[in-house]
Design a protein around this ligand. Structure first.
Ligand SMILES: O=C(O)CCC(=O)C(=O)O
Length: 272
C-alpha cells in the first residue's frame, strides 16, 4: 500500500531543509480508489455514519473556486483511515523527528479544483498550543501529479529553524497568500527560498511542524487532491490551559481530570 525506507541521507535532508519530497510512496493501484472517495465525502456520504471533525466545503452550497477541506475523514471513511493511519507513516514521522512513536492529531483531505484559490502560508505546529510538547510533523500524500501551476504545496527552505509564531492572517483563500510569511521574514531579516512540491500521483512530502508552507491558485484545468496525516509524539499530552489554534475543535476530546490523548480520537500509528 505504502512503501518507504528512510536512510541517513533522507533524514539529513529533512533536518537540513525542514521537508523531504519523494516521488514514490502510495502504491499506484490505490490512487483512483482514493480519489473516488472525495466526491461522496464532500457530499456528506459518510460510510461509517460518523461526520468528520471539520467539513468546510459542501457540494452545491459553497463557491467552486476554493480549496475544499475535510479534517478527520478517517472517522468517516475506512479506506481513508487505512492510508492516513498507516503504521509506515507513524514510523517515518517518528524517525524523522527522533520520537519514540507517533499519534495522528488530525488528517486532511484537500481538493483544489481548476481555479481553486490559495491557502495562506503558516506553520502547522502553531495551531496545536493545546498539546505538550507543541510540535508536529506532516505527511502530505498527493493523489495527482503536481507542479507550481496546479497550486501545489510549497515550502520555505530551512524555515523550521526560525522558531514558532502564533497563527496569524487568513488560512483559506487569502488575496496574498505569502503576506504573513513576508511580514515575518522582513521583521526577522530572513531570506526566503521557496521549493514547490513537484511530484507524480502517489508521491509524498514530509514537513516539520515549524516549516513555513502554503499553496497558490490552481491555474490549470486539472484537479489537485491530497490526503494528509498530521502527527504528534506518541507521549504528547493535553495542555492544561492553552486554548489556541484548533483547540476549539479538538479539546472537546479531553477527559475530565486526565491529560491523555485517547487513542480512540488520536490513533496511535506506530511505537518503538
Ligand atoms: O495542500 C496544500 O495546499 C496545503 C497543505 C498543508 O498546508 C499541509 O498539509 O499542512
Amino acid at each position: 500500500m505504502i512503501h518507504l525506507n528512510l536512510n541517513n541521507d533522507l533524514i539529513n535532508d529533512f533536518n537540513l531543509n525542514g521537508f523531504l519530497i519523494l516521488d514514490k510512496f502510495i502504491d499506484l493501484k490505490y490512487i483512483n480508489e482514493l480519489k473516488n472517495r472525495f466526491e461522496p465525502l464532500f457530499k456528506g456520504e459518510f460510510e461509517t455514519g460518523i461526520n468528520p471533525d471539520e467539513w468546510n466545503w459542501k457540494f452545491g452550497k459553497d463557491p467552486e473556486d476554493v480549496t475544499r477541506q475535510i479534517c478527520n475523514g478517517w472517522k468517516s471513511d475506512n479506506l481513508i483511515k487505512k492510508f492516513v493511519c498507516h503504521e509506515i507513516i507513524g514510523k517515518c514521522c517518528s524517525v524523522l523527528m527522533n520520537w519514540d512513536g507517533a499519534k495522528l492529531i488530525q488528517d486532511n483531505l484537500l481538493w483544489k479544483p481548476p481555479g481553486g484559490k490559495t491557502l495562506g502560508y503558516h506553520q502547522d505546529a502553531a495551531y496545536d498550543d493545546w498539546i505538550i510538547p507543541q510540535t508536529m510533523v506532516t505527511c502530505w500524500m498527493s493523489l495527482d501529479d503536481t507542479s507550481e501551476k496546479t497550486g501545489t504545496l510549497e515550502y520555505v527552505k530551512g524555515s523550521h529553524k526560525w522558531g514558532l509564531q502564533p497563527p496569524k492572517g487568513e488560512f483559506h483563500s487569502p488575496e496574498n497568500y505569502k503576506e504573513q510569511l513576508n511580514i515575518f521574514a522582513k521583521k526577522n531579516n530572513k531570506d526566503i527560498e521557496i521549493v514547490y512540491v513537484d511530484v507524480p500521483a502517489g508521491g509524498v512530502s514530509f514537513h516539520h511542524g515549524y516549516t513555513w508552507h502554503g499553496s497558490g491558485t490552481n491555474i490549470t484545468q486539472d484537479h489537485r487532491r491530497a490526503i494528509v496525516s498530521h502527527c504528534i509524539p506518541s507521549n504528547a499530552k493535553f495542555h492544561p490551559t492553552n486554548e489556541g489554534g484548533t483547540a476549539k475543535i479538538y479539546k472537546k476530546y479531553k477527559k475530565k481530570n486526565s491529560d491523555i490523548l485517547d487513542e480512540k480520537f488520536f490513533p496511535l500509528l506506530w511505537k518503538k
